[in-house]
Design a protein. Structure first.
Length: 504
């Protein structure tokens, strides 16, 4: 790539960022890094009605948590700043005026009620109302009215919008890196509003002006913006600017593969669709987040990367560095990407194994503060080393290893039936003296001593190992019995066997 690649993630702060948005940010980031380019964050907050307090912060936090930092953005390296469109308000009007002066856009004075009436009228006749060449001369705008009438309205301070004058009877040839060539008949396009009555630009105008001023070379965004591509390309043309290249990413589909993934799917099937938890201040509703649900950012990044892209090999585990190396926009698919919550967990299980036990111990302590408060962090870390192979989330550690920290309170009935026979009490009493006699209480010595004793008695291993495990764990589950005995110590091991003898 010869030119200096600059891409942007341009979310609107209207609520928590959907993971689809994070995927867009990730693909932008990967593309930028791959080509030694720059990843920019621009906040598109021109729609005051949809602005939500805290949403921008949420976006920034999410990118930080995922480990995909922007190099330019609000408060960071503001070379082309400001990066919040609300702070760039003063810029946009002149561009709209320029298009008017050149006859490429026009003032429209139609009220919302009038437009509604037109819409209804068309519907009744089985038609759709499109504001364009077809009927614009019958409507109230600077193309249909005389120059004096227009000036009068403007002087009187009447509300107006500025519309783009889309061409008649032309075929546009658009290019998308993922979708290839797209042909559009301009007669199907409406004269989109560029500038609103409230003095703010619409998304379309602000987006194009900013991408131009910020020297964006590639626009990588969600498929929902594909219908806007024609207008955007026409706008670049109207201004005489070189358009960036475009890539529209495929939709993220429900686990069933039918329809777009929504928050409701997540609620119903029990997985988050947001990177971080979010509280809706108006309803008090809390949406769960991947971070709070115990996912590692590496896992989230890895599964997001595979939503619509794959390297074309068998490899599934990719660090961020490896993703940058392997990523290729041309390999992104057109078809929607089905979201698979089980695969997401599979990634988390994998990244769990790569974490340091000490870090996991700190996290585990935060999840179970009361239970683990007095327990040495090194001990917790050792326990994690024994059980994490079977854990997907940090909070799984408790179920998998509570008996390392507390005498089991409950006995699993099925296990009792299976493990506790008539001759068990005698064996357990003898086992206690065997354990008591061990001086060097290490895993190896415990194992050799007990196994030796069982062999010398010429009985099956299960006859001892099952009730022993039952006393230590409360069920027949858990890691190696001798590891458990070593970890909880000699006295506690004996105490637990004794306890069970008294209970059963
Ligand atoms: N503000 C738009 C959004 O919320 C940006 C679309 C684009 O990237 O052009 O997704």
């Amino acid at each position: 790539m010869s030119k200096n690649v600059r891409v942007r993630f341009a979310p609107s702060p209207t609520g928590p960022l959907h993971i689809g948005g994070v995927r867009t940010a990730l693909f932008n980031y990967l593309f930028a890094k791959k080509h030694g380019g720059t990843f920019v964050l621009r906040i598109e907050d021109t729609d005051q009605n949809r602005y939500v307090e805290g949403a921008e912060n949420y976006i920034v936090e999410s990118l930080k948590w995922c480990g995909i930092p922007f190099e330019e953005g609000p408060g960071t390296n503001e070379k082309f700043g400001p990066y919040r469109q609300s702070e760039r308000k003063h810029l946009y009007k002149a561009y709209a005026d320029q298009l008017i002066a050149e006859g490429k856009a026009y003032y429209a004075f139609d009220s919302a009620e009038e437009l509604d009436a037109h819409r209804k009228d068309h519907e009744e006749k089985g038609k759709t109302f499109i504001y364009n060449w077809h009927n614009r001369l019958k409507l109230k705008n600077s193309l249909s009215l005389s120059a004096e009438e227009v000036q009068e309205k403007l002087n009187a301070g009447e509300d107006y919008v500025i519309r783009f004058k889309s061409p008649q009877d032309e075929t546009l040839h658009l290019k998308d890196i993922i979708r290839g060539d797209i042909k559009i008949d301009t007669n199907t396009l409406d004269d989109k509003v560029l500038f609103k009555a409230d003095g703010m630009p619409t998304y379309h105008l602000a987006n194009i002006v900013d991408d131009h001023l910020m020297e964006i070379t590639h626009v990588i965004r969600g498929e929902e913006w594909l219908p806007s591509l024609a207008l955007h390309v026409m706008l670049y043309d109207a201004f005489g600017w070189e358009a960036p290249e475009f890539a529209h990413l495929p939709l993220i589909l429900k686990p069933t593969g039918k329809g777009k993934l929504s928050k409701r799917d997540g609620d119903k099937l029990g997985f988050p669709v947001f990177p971080l938890a979010w509280k809706d201040e108006q309803t008090g509703d809390i949406s769960r987040g991947y971070r709070e649900d115990g996912y590692f950012p590496e896992a989230v990044v890895n599964f997001l990367a595979f939503l619509g892209w794959n390297p074309g090999t068998e490899q599934e585990i990719f660090s961020l560095e490896e993703l940058i190396e392997a990523f290729d926009l041309e390999k992104v698919h057109k078809a929607g990407a089905r979201f698979d919550p089980d695969k997401t967990k599979w990634f988390n299980h994998h990244y769990m194994q790569e974490q340091h036990n000490d870090d996991l111990a700190e996290q585990f302590k935060m999840v179970y503060p009361e239970e683990l408060n007095d327990i040495d962090i090194n001990y917790i870390s050792m326990v994690i080393g024994l059980i994490k192979e079977r854990a997907t989330f940090v909070y799984d550690f408790w179920n998998l290893g509570h008996f390392f920290f507390q005498t089991p309170e409950e006995l699993d009935e099925k296990s009792v039936k299976k493990a506790w026979k008539e001759d068990t009490p005698e064996l357990m009493k003898e086992l206690i003296t065997v354990i008591d006699s061990i001086e060097d209480y290490s895993q190896e010595v415990i194992q050799n001593t007990i196994k030796g004793w069982i062999t010398s008695k010429e009985i099956g291993f299960g006859k001892v190992m099952m009730p022993l495990r039952l006393s230590l764990v409360g069920s027949l589950q858990g890691p190696d019995v001798f590891d458990i005995m070593y970890m909880i110590g000699k006295n506690e091991s004996i105490r637990r066997i004794d306890n069970l003898l008294n209970t059963l």
